[in-house]
Design a protein around this ligand. Structure first.
Ligand code: PMP
Length: 403
């Protein structure tokens, strides 16, 4: 068996993370890992989370098995966070706790493969690096549509043109907010047009909500999803608590299926539970129990989340300003209007290597940087590095010029 094992390439993102760890330069800058950092470079445990953990420890609730759907109070709280209090769709949805947002995506991929194996998954290009592997691991076919900017923001004409070939029953994978890796989010009117497109063509939206609260706030960031839930009878949602509660390693997330008819919910739940049962039976309790505490009295958590959100917006603004000051090309100014933790720099692979080798600045090979990982003290230096790398002539001409 092992002799025939195909060679598996190491995960490119983790290869970069390891390269960063081994880099001995004191002034190196890590913009690879998708985690929030405060002004001192730490990824803190939220105060609200610490208090919830202290409560849980003193309550010493039994560690006996939980339900197959996970923590029920958590599931209820997540459905309200995503859809909004009083939403009509709350009555026709089923939410289960999952192992992070990744687990939610995989459970939903298996669900789609179970219900509709012929469906094609339409993925944004560029898109989140793990969407395609998750969908293909479930045996699904993946195609892409362009997700790019024009002067006005998201280039919706490109989306519409590329989705022309999508057939009724296909699934369109959208990012609820803070698109990873581009930071390009639809404007409210564009969400409406996207929903209309799905409705007219009979496409099923799968909305990946990994950054709720990091764009314009928890409510505003869910506006697109909520519009879809109000307009379209079948919507799938994958949600993560990794970023907005800082529960990264607790692996806490949720998968939601919104159905046209509440009579379908029992079978949907049974199917979701059958899928989790064959994977890991039930998800771990701790992160979901913390989140359920936060939902009970959310003020402190929401205020800490708001502080993180503002910090990311300030860093974004600060970097855009520094790029103006050092006369970097105008194309970098798109950073200013993009949302959330990530942006995709207008640099090619060679320029990203140069950034890493000459300046110790680590982003991914396709140009993604984690704005939320940038420290205020590094902003000017990053702006100057971006200017140099983007303005430098291609190496072959540079070599000739010095020859
Ligand atoms: N979806 C997107 C768009 C992501 O960026 C990520 C990673 N942060 C995930 C899903 C997975 O989240 P988690 O770490 O909770 O598995």
């Amino acid at each position: 068996m092992l002799a025939a094992l195909p060679v598996a390439e190491p995960d490119p993102l983790w290869a970069l993370i390891n390269a960063f760890r081994q880099d001995r330069r004191a002034d190196k800058i890590d913009l690879v890992v998708g985690v929030y950092r405060d002004a001192s470079g730490q990824t803190p445990v939220m105060q609200a989370v610490q208090e919830a953990e202290a409560n849980l420890a003193s309550a010493a609730v039994s560690k006996s098995y939980r339900a197959l759907s996970g923590n029920l109070a958590f599931n209820d709280g997540m459905s309200r966070l995503l859809l909004g209090e009083g939403a009509e769709a709350l009555d026709r949805q089923c939410t289960i706790q999952t192992v992070g947002g990744t687990g939610a995506l995989r459970i939903l991929a298996d669900f789609i493969a179970f219900a509709s194996p012929q469906a094609t998954i339409w993925n944004t290009n560029p898109g989140y690096v793990n969407h395609r592997p998750i969908m293909t691991a479930a045996g699904l076919n993946v195609r892409t549509f362009r997700w790019q900017e024009n002067e006005a923001g998201l280039d919706l004409d490109a989306v519409v043109a590329d989705l022309r070939e999508a057939r009724a029953g296909d699934v369109v994978l959208l990012h609820g907010c803070c698109h990873n890796p581009t930071g390009i989010d639809p404007a409210p009117e564009q969400w409406r047009r996207l929903a209309m497109l799905c409705k007219d063509k009979g496409l099923i939206p799968l909305i990946d909500m990994a950054y709720q609260g990091f764009g314009d706030g928890t409510e505003a960031d869910a506006a697109g999803l909520r519009h879809f839930a109000g307009q379209i009878d079948t919507v799938l949602v994958a949600a993560s608590c990794s970023k907005n509660m800082g529960l990264y390693c607790e692996r806490t997330g949720a998968a939601m299926v919104i159905a046209p008819d509440r009579d379908m919910l029992a079978n949907i739940r049974a199917t979701l539970e059958r899928i989790t049962r064959a994977n890991y039976s039930m998800p771990p309790e701790h992160g979901a129990a913390i989140a359920a505490h936060l939902f009970e009295s959310p003020e402190m958590w929401l205020s800490e989340l708001e502080t993180s959100r503002r910090r990311v917006a300030e860093i974004r603004h600060g970097l855009a300003e520094a790029l103006v000051r050092c006369s970097a090309p105008e194309k970098f100014q798109a950073l200013r209007r993009q949302k959330g933790m990530f942006s995709l720099l207008p640099l090619d692979q060679r320029q990203m290597s140069r950034l890493r080798e000459d300046f110790g600045v680590y982003g991914t090979a396709n140009g993604r940087i984690n704005i939320a990982g940038l420290l205020p003290r590094d902003i000017e230096r990053l702006a100057e590095a971006l200017r140099v790398v983007s303005c430098a002539p291609p190496l072959v001409y540079a070599a000739r010029a010095t020859a």
